[in-house]
Design a protein around this ligand. Structure first.
Ligand code: CO
Length: 150
């Protein structure tokens, strides 16, 4: 019993400061079986050091047929990066390895799964146009949005 209380106290200690420091430095975005994200834009406060993106696939279809990931590039790079996704292949989650144009990306997930990635805000510039998208072949046309730092 004593150890349980200690564990609870430690858990509070561990999560308290993290929640307090969060201050809008995270978001949750959902992808579904209709090949849609539930957000068309994400705004990152420039006061954030890191910004956590949690991707939830709220559909039922498997990764092989309705896979979703969250890939961040400059808007100017989106189309070229998306067009090279098929060549990168399923083994790389449709993201070309070590691609300098890819600022951050999650792994590819299927229905019922979730994943997350942390974006280093120091890598982003206020005023630059960024876009996020799903790099599963054919999805980016519908599954994309804009990201800005303000
Ligand atoms: Co997708």
């Amino acid at each position: 019993m004593k150890s349980l209380m200690l564990a609870a106290a430690l858990a509070l200690f561990a999560t308290g400061p993290v929640l307090a420091a969060d201050a809008g430095c995270s978001t949750v975005i959902e992808g579904n079986d209709a090949m849609k994200f539930n957000k068309a834009s994400i705004e990152i406060p420039k006061s954030c050091k890191d910004f956590k993106v949690t991707l939830k696939h709220v559909g039922k279809l498997p990764k092989a047929t309705m896979g979703h990931n969250w890939v961040l590039t400059k808007t100017a790079d989106l189309q070229a990066v998306a067009n090279e996704a098929l060549k990168a292949g399923v083994k790389n989650d449709y993201v070309k390895p070590d691609d300098a144009r890819v600022i951050a990306h999650t792994k590819m997930i299927g229905g019922g799964e979730s994943t997350e990635v942390t974006v280093s805000v120091a890598k982003l510039k206020a005023g630059e146009a960024y876009s996020f998208f799903c790099s599963f072949p054919g999805h980016w046309a519908l599954m994309k949005g804009t990201l800005t730092v303000k």
